[in-house]
Design a protein around this ligand. Sequence first.
Ligand SMILES: [Zn+2]
Length: 183
Amino acid sequence: MKHPLTDSRWNAILTNDRTKDGTFYYGVTTTKIFCQPSCHSKAPKKTNVVIFKTPDEALEANFRPCKRCQPTGQKLTNELWVEQIKQYLTNNFQQHLTLDTIASDCHGSVSNLQRTFKRITQQSPTKYLAMIRLKHSQELLNTTDYSIKTIAIRCGFSSDTYFNTCFKKQFHQTPIAYRSLTK
Ligand SMILES: [Zn+2]
C-alpha cells in the first residue's frame, strides 16, 4: 500500500497546510509516528516519510498517532504516549540522544516528557535509556569480541570512559570484569 510523496504533499507537510488535513497522513519511519499535514512538529527528512490515505492504514503499518496533532481524532493518553517514547528509545538507543532530541522526535516538550515519563514509569527517560544501553552492552560483552570502545559506541555511549562509569555504577563491576566472568 504505497502512496507517492508528491511535491504538493511534501509542500503541505513543510508549510503545515491545514487545508490538506484529511486528504492524507504522513508517517516518519525513524520515529514510527504519524501526523496530519498541518502538524507543527519539526519537518522530517524527506527520505523518511511515508504517506497514508487514512489513519487506519497508518495504524495497520504499526505507526502510532502523534500526541500533538492527534491524527485519529482521539486524544493520545499519557500511557500511550509513554509507550511511544519507550518504543522510540528502544529503536534509537544507538544514536546520540539528548532530551531535546527525544522530546522533539516524540512531539512533546522536554518538561512534559520528563514529568509524564517519570510519573508513569517511576524513572526518568534518561535512566530508562541508560538501562537499554547497558543491557545491550552486556549482550555484546557476552557474545562478541568487540573492544570496549566499539561496544561503547555501538550502545550509544559518548565514550568508553563514560560507558565504564555507567556500567560500574549499575553492575558494580567493570565491563572487562563482567566479560571475563561470563565468557
Ligand atoms: Zn503530529
